[in-house]
Design a protein around this ligand. Structure first.
Ligand SMILES: Cc1cc2nc3c(=O)[nH]c(=O)nc-3n(C[C@H](O)[C@H](O)[C@H](O)COP(=O)(O)OP(=O)(O)OC[C@H]3O[C@@H](n4cnc5c(N)ncnc54)[C@H](O)[C@@H]3O)c2cc1C
Length: 711
């Protein structure tokens, strides 16, 4: 039997796995991409050749950009609970005394340092986080050796596992298998190499209590450039030599190498005796290369598989993570809703990442030449020293901020899309997408119609300083997915919120509701008062006020048979949507309708045919008399709700003006105050986020003057 026939037979016996995205390689790029996709509800399978994440040839540095990305998905804080060191000071040799400077003093960031952490711990942390999602699968000891291709399109991979051959079929395959990428080879891609004049000797020495307290130390001299990484139990040492110089180093003998090392790094001199044989000192061929094209139909390459990074600057992990963020931003949504990934989507990932990658590789290439010329060839009298004119630059935090920013972020640093930051939780047959930020007492923020949790993005960072903020997408809107014909009425929304709280293990929460979310909040107050601690309602649907006179024409237009689809499509155009929001007087100051606002609103509810169809159906519910009646039917219960309640009302809202706030204030026994925000339209959290968040915080902390009166 031929090998491929045997392979097919064996694979068939084991079964073929189907997934939306198959990621090959559990390094920083693959692990991070898998997590970001899993969070979005994408079926993802991660295949890693090794059985664990322990590897000698791994970098250990996480720069500011990676930390900010982790912070965006709420993980930075937890990651920093793992054993790590923070590096912000660097020492360079000068003609006089060594000079120490704080590289990050000019950066405005929560993370002005490099985090040094064993990469294996980091990867375990990321994959453990991904394992929380049932749609994620990790296969270790799974070495990919074949691509499954049909009509020139990659449809998945075959891998060799502990128990033989397996096949994974996928809508998209991502090769994140590092500098020696098998996937890249199988796809027939040849990287373009940029000359590298250095190689690295890579070895460990033991660590003692009295050793230097630098987590990342560099020593230069005697033609050597050494980096010491504190791995807590031992020192990982990288010693740069001139490319091709290994043979010479070996010929000169171990003793000579040990003496040179001791001369350059006397603090560790007594440790180099531990290097007893050459096999303890492997040579790492430093390479810089990149692919001209990162994709072919069905396949994308990211991380070192697309662009091999030199260890210089310790940025490879960060670029791998940034690639993962962009790939997840571009592909996540389509994979989730099972829309075909076109090659132009894959090309978009390369388009966004190519310039930053080229820029850093140019920097690495120049840096390597500098190291080879200035450091490796300098000895004795000609020992390397930072030129005198550079010192004033190192003393100025503003000037230092320029290289620090480039090193920490690179060009065009990506951010996780708001949608990618959301989490998913199953509530019955519904997958509720929600955004969560902060620690403390829980606040649930309910958005309006036809919006999504995106609407809270400006107030969340302010509230989350004190509270655990949870903003779900309501049924039928944003990223929440229900069965096709599910009920999206107000009653179902309230029932979903209760079960959502149950799913998150939250007994009682503060509730903040706006517009349609304000109506849901009233229903909760009327029928589930025990689940609410304190209540905030703003510019809400109430009584018989909805849909408002002003919005009726805009909503009605979407319901016209056949033409309604066209109207929805028109709303998905930025310029038209801007006009619609202005026409419907959604804000007082039209300048509040920014491109960012329009894109966020469009993405959530109008960006593709399926979302538009959902939104159109949702809007139909605005004209359903039974649904409309809910806000009057609930009054009996609402008139019993005596928990502290704040009404925050935009004064210039032509939809639901202050008179509705005033009426609610009179009807809700617990209402303590009606706060009016002048020169503010319906979307008050867009126009006055600080004021809105400030009022909510004061009220939740019990500081709002608890007198029944309008301000
Ligand atoms: C010695 C050295 C030191 C470095 N130091 C640093 C540093 O301090 N900081 C920094 O930011 N960067 C550093 N770099 C660069 C950095 O390690 C890489 O840029 C980064 O790891 C790339 O991440 P990746 O996920 O693309 O690939 P990798 O980290 O290489 O991960 C690829 C993964 O794919 C798996 N794999 C390979 N083939 C297959 C297959 N056929 N099937 C399944 N799985 C497979 C591998 O086991 C591996 O886990 C260093 C590089 C080297 C070589």
């Amino acid at each position: 039997m031929s090998t491929s026939a045997q392979l097919r037979e064996e694979t068939e016996a084991k079964g073929i796995e189907e997934t939306a995205c198959c990621v090959v390689g559990g390094g920083p790029a693959g692990a991070m991409l898998s997590l970001l996709l899993a969070r979005q509800g994408v079926e993802v399978t991660l295949l890693e050749a090794h059985r664990d994440f322990e590897r000698d040839f791994r970098g250990d540095t996480l720069h500011t950009s990676a930390m900010e990305i982790l912070d965006e998905i709420g993980l930075a804080h937890r990651l920093l609970k793992l054993r790590h060191a923070k590096v912000r000071h660097f020492t360079v040799p000068t003609k006089g005394d060594p000079f120490t400077f704080d590289l990050f003093s000019g950066l405005k960031t929560k993370f002005p340092y490099i985090v040094v952490m064993a990469q294996s711990r980091f990867l375990e942390f990321i994959t453990d986080e991904a394992k929380r999602y049932p749609n994620f699968r990790l296969a270790v000891g799974a070495r990919v050796e074949e691509l499954v291709e049909e009509d020139g399109v990659v449809r998945g991979v075959r891998y060799r596992g502990r128990d033989g051959w397996h096949e994974v079929r996928a809508d998209s395959t991502v090769g994140a298998d590092g500098r020696f990428s098998k996937v890249r080879k199988l796809a027939g891609f040849e990287p373009v190499k940029i000359s590298s004049p250095i190689d690295v000797l890579w070895f460990r020495i033991s660590r003692r209590e009295e050793d230097p307290k630098e987590a990342l130390a560099a020593r230069v001299g005697s033609g050597l450039f050494m980096v010491f990484i504190d791995r807590f139990d031992y020192w990982q040492v990288g010693c740069t030599i001139v490319k091709g110089g290994y043979k010479e180093v070996r010929e000169a003998g171990l003793d000579r190498l040990r003496r040179s090392l001791a001369r350059v790094a006397p603090e560790w001199a007594d440790r180099f005796g531990e290097l007893k044989e050459w096999k303890q000192i492997p040579i790492l061929s430093v390479e810089i290369s990149r692919l001209k094209c990162w994709h072919k139909p069905g396949l994308l390459l990211i991380g070192d598989a697309a662009h091999v990074m030199s260890p210089l600057g310790g940025v490879g992990i960060n670029y791998a993570i940034q690639d993962a963020v962009v790939a997840s931003n571009v592909l996540g949504e389509k994979l989730r809703i099972e829309e075909p990934i076109r090659e132009q989507d894959l090309a978009e990932v390369q388009r966004r990442r190519e310039l930053p990658t080229r820029a850093i590789q140019t920097f690495q290439s120049l840096g390597q030449k500098g190291v080879a010329r200035g450091v490796l060839s300098s000895e004795g009298e000609r020992a390397f020293a930072v030129p005198r004119f550079v010192l004033p630059l190192l003393k100025s935090s503003r000037l230092l901020a320029i290289p620090a920013r480039f090193l920490s972020f690179g060009l065009r640093p990506p951010h996780v899309d708001f949608s990618g930051k959301k989490r998913l939780v199953r509530v019955g047959e519904t997958l509720v997408a929600y955004y969560e930020e902060g620690d403390g007492g829980p606040i649930v923020l309910l958005h309006g119609c036809p919006f999504s949790s995106f609407i809270w993005r400006k107030v969340l960072p302010l509230l989350s300083r004190h509270y655990r903020c949870i903003a779900p997408d309501l049924l039928g809107l944003g990223d929440t997915e229900t069965p096709k014909d599910a009920d999206w009425s107000l009653r179902s929304q309230a029932a979903m919120v209760v079960r959502f709280l149950d799913a998150l293990g939250i007994e009682r929460a503060h509730v903040v509701g706006h517009d349609h979310g304000g109506a849901v909040a009233q229903l909760l107050a009327a029928e589930h008062p025990d689940r609410i601690e304190r209540l905030v309602i703003s510019n809400a649907e109430a009584y018989d006020n909805w849909p408002s006179e002003e919005e009726r024409p805009f909503v009605r237009a979407t319901q016209v048979p056949v033409l309604g689809d066209m109207v929805m499509w028109l709303y998905s155009r930025r310029a038209v949507f801007r006009l619609a929001l202005r026409g419907a007087k959604a804000v007082h100051d039209p300048k509040a309708i920014t491109k960012e606002l329009l894109d966020g609103y469009i993405r959530a509810n109008l960006s593709d045919r399926r979302r538009r169809a959902k939104t159109r159906r949702f809007l139909a519910g605005q004209f359903d008399p039974e649904n409309n009646r809910t806000t009057t039917d609930l009054l009996e219960g609402l008139r019993r709700f005596d928990h502290p309640t704040l009404l925050v009302w935009a004064k210039d809202d032509p939809h639901f003006g202050p008179e509705w706030g005033e009426r609610l204030r009179r009807d809700i026994p617990g209402a303590v105050r009606l706060e009016l925000l002048p020169e503010t339209g319906h979307l008050l959290m867009e126009e006055k986020p600080e004021q809105f968040a400030g009022l909510v915080c004061e009220f939740l902390a019990g500081r709002v003057h608890e007198a029944k009166g309008a301000e």
